[in-house]
Unconditional design. Structure first.
Length: 91
Protein backbone atom coordinates (compact mmCIF):
# COMPACT_ATOMS: atom_id res chain seq x y z
CA UNK A 1 0.00 0.00 0.00
CA UNK A 2 2.87 2.33 0.83
CA UNK A 3 4.48 1.80 -2.58
CA UNK A 4 1.27 2.72 -4.40
CA UNK A 5 0.88 5.90 -2.32
CA UNK A 6 4.47 6.91 -3.10
CA UNK A 7 3.95 6.19 -6.78
CA UNK A 8 0.74 8.22 -6.85
CA UNK A 9 2.39 11.11 -4.96
CA UNK A 10 5.37 10.97 -7.35
CA UNK A 11 3.07 11.15 -10.37
CA UNK A 12 1.22 14.16 -8.94
CA UNK A 13 4.42 16.01 -8.00
CA UNK A 14 5.96 15.24 -11.41
CA UNK A 15 2.86 16.47 -13.21
CA UNK A 16 2.79 19.72 -11.22
CA UNK A 17 6.52 20.28 -11.75
CA UNK A 18 6.16 19.62 -15.47
CA UNK A 19 3.22 21.98 -15.70
CA UNK A 20 5.13 24.79 -13.95
CA UNK A 21 8.23 24.26 -16.11
CA UNK A 22 6.08 24.21 -19.23
CA UNK A 23 4.52 27.55 -18.35
CA UNK A 24 7.91 29.11 -17.63
CA UNK A 25 9.48 27.93 -20.91
CA UNK A 26 6.38 28.61 -22.99
CA UNK A 27 6.50 32.34 -22.25
CA UNK A 28 10.12 32.60 -23.41
CA UNK A 29 9.47 30.51 -26.47
CA UNK A 30 6.31 32.47 -27.29
CA UNK A 31 8.24 35.75 -27.30
CA UNK A 32 10.91 34.24 -29.56
CA UNK A 33 8.30 32.87 -31.96
CA UNK A 34 6.42 36.20 -32.04
CA UNK A 35 9.64 38.10 -32.75
CA UNK A 36 10.56 35.72 -35.56
CA UNK A 37 7.02 35.86 -36.98
CA UNK A 38 7.04 39.67 -36.93
CA UNK A 39 10.42 39.77 -38.71
CA UNK A 40 9.27 37.36 -41.41
CA UNK A 41 5.98 39.24 -41.84
CA UNK A 42 7.83 42.55 -42.18
CA UNK A 43 10.20 41.06 -44.77
CA UNK A 44 7.28 39.56 -46.71
CA UNK A 45 5.48 42.91 -46.67
CA UNK A 46 8.59 44.67 -48.04
CA UNK A 47 9.01 42.04 -50.75
CA UNK A 48 5.36 42.37 -51.79
CA UNK A 49 5.65 46.17 -51.91
CA UNK A 50 8.77 45.91 -54.09
CA UNK A 51 7.05 43.40 -56.36
CA UNK A 52 4.01 45.67 -56.62
CA UNK A 53 6.24 48.59 -57.63
CA UNK A 54 7.97 46.46 -60.28
CA UNK A 55 4.63 45.27 -61.67
CA UNK A 56 3.30 48.84 -61.86
CA UNK A 57 6.50 49.94 -63.56
CA UNK A 58 6.23 47.15 -66.13
CA UNK A 59 2.54 47.90 -66.76
CA UNK A 60 3.34 51.56 -67.35
CA UNK A 61 6.10 50.58 -69.80
CA UNK A 62 3.73 48.31 -71.71
CA UNK A 63 1.03 50.98 -71.71
CA UNK A 64 3.49 53.60 -72.94
CA UNK A 65 4.77 51.29 -75.70
CA UNK A 66 1.23 50.51 -76.79
CA UNK A 67 0.30 54.20 -76.87
CA UNK A 68 3.39 54.99 -78.92
CA UNK A 69 2.65 52.22 -81.39
CA UNK A 70 -0.95 53.36 -81.61
CA UNK A 71 0.15 56.89 -82.38
CA UNK A 72 2.60 55.67 -84.99
CA UNK A 73 -0.14 53.56 -86.55
CA UNK A 74 1.88 50.47 -85.85
CA UNK A 75 -1.21 48.83 -84.44
CA UNK A 76 -1.88 47.42 -87.90
CA UNK A 77 1.45 45.62 -87.75
CA UNK A 78 0.50 44.20 -84.36
CA UNK A 79 -2.81 42.96 -85.77
CA UNK A 80 -1.03 41.39 -88.73
CA UNK A 81 1.43 39.68 -86.39
CA UNK A 82 -1.44 38.46 -84.25
CA UNK A 83 -3.22 37.08 -87.31
CA UNK A 84 -0.01 35.34 -88.35
CA UNK A 85 0.43 33.80 -84.93
CA UNK A 86 -3.22 32.74 -84.82
CA UNK A 87 -2.87 31.15 -88.29
CA UNK A 88 0.23 29.27 -87.17
CA UNK A 89 -1.52 28.05 -84.04
CA UNK A 90 -4.64 27.19 -85.93
CA UNK A 91 -6.96 29.29 -83.76
Amino acid sequence: MKKSNNLFLGIIIGTIAGFIMGIMFYQKKEKKINKMFNQKTKKLKENLQNLSKEICKKINEIKSDFENKWKNNDINKINQNQDTVEDELGT
